[in-house]
Design a protein around this ligand. Structure first.
Ligand SMILES: [Zn+2]
Length: 486
């Protein structure tokens, strides 16, 4: 949205019809053509915003040539964009060559400007009238919708998977930023410089047997890079064909791994590798270092150990030893014993009685094999009775209720143990307090009462929340007897 607004500014500026655009042009572009001018910190933020979208917007503005008052090098009159960029000509920033100056004897002669490619001059005629910009997405005037569409396209093109991966948590900023520069090809290596017009003899400093000093060599295909990538992909049991750095990173990120730790490592390793390859490169180029694959591998491993430490700070620090880290990753997740601590439904045809004792009250909660409420109740201490006796009476009542309802199988569950009459005959089990929470809460909520709940509606408020934690349906409205043991 902001970019689209910037696009509109740029369009209005380039159209040059308003006083504002003439002012901006006079202010910022007196010497240098607007397409070639960068921004300084002292420039207004409007100008900066315009410059930021320029790269995307300018190629979409093509000029319909009339009088030919167009800059040969910077205005997009040929449909190829700025010729200074397209033909890779340096030193044209301040060029003021006008297209009309090349109009010689009724034809456009590009040799006049030192351009050999005459095909660009085809079908071009200089005649009366003002040169008009055309907004390519609509074929005419600018509109907001098309600008938004354009910006979206750009974002999709740029914002691939790599955009998400390089800013992953746990990686230090300098590493993420370097990865960003690699993916955006914004590093001072020879092939990038060559595109900017510098010619150098290309010889990489990063390998024992030097290759070409290109982005792809340094980060992907070069001897050193190749060995490093190869080491890590083998160590992680991945088969990766190493082509360009981009390709290799994507292969890592798309891979399926067996657990969270492997995934964590695979997401971050490429960034760390890019970083250490770069450190090695600059070390060899500007320092007095010698290329060393082993050193890179060691440092990547150390960086990775640090990432892991940041992610799982409770672990003992891992040594910078990839074999060791791999062992840790292999056993990841097995260290924990998964214990089910939720309430379990009883077998089909039976009911489960959860009971609890809390201070001077005790309570029970009976559910069937579908987890649905059958009956519940709370008993409290009465004169002359101790709570154990009250609890025994309660369990006896539960047992009798089961018999009355022809329930063959009753299962008693509690976090307490009690020796009562049928303790040996019934299926009883001990559980922890958390599993028994429903019975305990009910007891606490109704402390001091003596009460039976024959349907779910009468249960104290708030108990439903405890029940909800168990994640199963609990209530049938008006449970008939047939619902009891289903
Ligand atoms: Zn090299």
């Amino acid at each position: 949205m902001i970019d689209a607004a910037g696009a509109k500014l740029w369009w209005n500026f380039r159209r040059g019809e308003s006083i504002w655009s003439q002012f901006v042009k006079a202010k910022y572009c007196n010497e240098v053509h607007p397409v070639a001018r960068g921004w300084n910190y002292k420039d207004s933020h409007v100008w900066r915003r315009m410059v930021e979208v320029r790269e995307k917007v300018e190629p979409e503005i093509q000029w319909d040539i009339r009088r030919g008052n167009l800059n040969v090098w910077w205005d997009n009159w040929s449909g190829k964009g700025a010729l200074a960029i397209w033909l890779n000509r340096r030193g044209k920033r301040k060029a003021k060559d006008m297209l009309k100056d090349g109009w010689i004897n009724g034809a456009l002669d590009l040799n006049h400007f030192g351009i050999q490619d005459q095909s660009l001059a085809q079908n071009i005629r200089i005649r009366e009238g003002a040169d008009k910009p055309r907004w390519k997405p609509t074929g005419g005037g600018f509109n907001f919708k098309s600008a938004k569409g354009l910006m979206r396209q750009h974002r999709n093109r740029e914002g691939g998977l790599w955009c998400k991966k390089i800013w992953n948590k746990g990686i230090t900023w300098k590493m993420s930023f370097l990865a960003w520069r690699v993916f955006k090809k914004k590093l001072p290596v020879d092939d990038v410089l060559r595109k900017m017009g510098y010619q150098t003899v290309s010889k990489c400093p990063c390998c024992v047997k030097p290759g070409c000093d290109t982005l792809q060599h340094i980060f992907g295909m070069g001897d050193t890079a190749h060995q490093v990538w190869d080491y890590f992909s083998r160590a992680m049991g991945a088969r990766i064909l190493i082509r360009s750095e981009r390709h290799v990173c994507y292969e890592w990120w798309m891979m399926a791994f067996k657990n969270r730790m492997f995934k964590f490592m695979a997401d971050r390793l490429p960034i760390l590798i890019l970083w250490e390859l770069w450190v090695n490169y600059t070390h060899c180029k500007y320092g007095k270092g010698k290329p060393s694959v082993t050193r890179i591998i060691f440092k990547v491993t150390k960086d990775l150990a640090e990432c892991i430490q940041r992610k799982w700070p409770a672990w003992d620090p891992l040594p910078p030893n990839f074999g060791f880290i791999m062992k840790r990753a292999e056993s990841f997740g097995y260290g924990k014993i998964v214990q089910r601590t939720g309430w379990c439904r009883p077998r089909r045809g039976s009911v489960k009685v959860n009971w609890a004792i809390e201070d001077n009250s005790c309570g029970f909660f009976i559910r069937n094999s579908r987890g649905m409420f059958c009956v519940a109740g709370v008993y409290s201490f009465e004169n002359g009775e101790d709570i154990q006796a009250v609890a025994k009476r309660m369990l006896r009542d539960c047992w009798n209720w089961g018999c009355r309802n022809h329930i063959r199988d009753m299962c008693f569950e509690s976090d307490k143990v009690l020796d009562w009459e049928y303790a040996d005959q019934v299926n009883s089990s001990r559980t922890n307090e958390r599993v028994n929470a429903v019975a305990r809460c009910l007891t606490r909520m109704c402390a001091g009462m003596c009460i039976w709940f024959l349907n779910g509606c009468g249960l104290p408020r708030g108990l439903d929340r405890v029940l909800a934690l168990e994640g199963i349906p609990h209530f049938v409205l008006l449970p008939g007897m047939d619902a009891l043991s289903r």
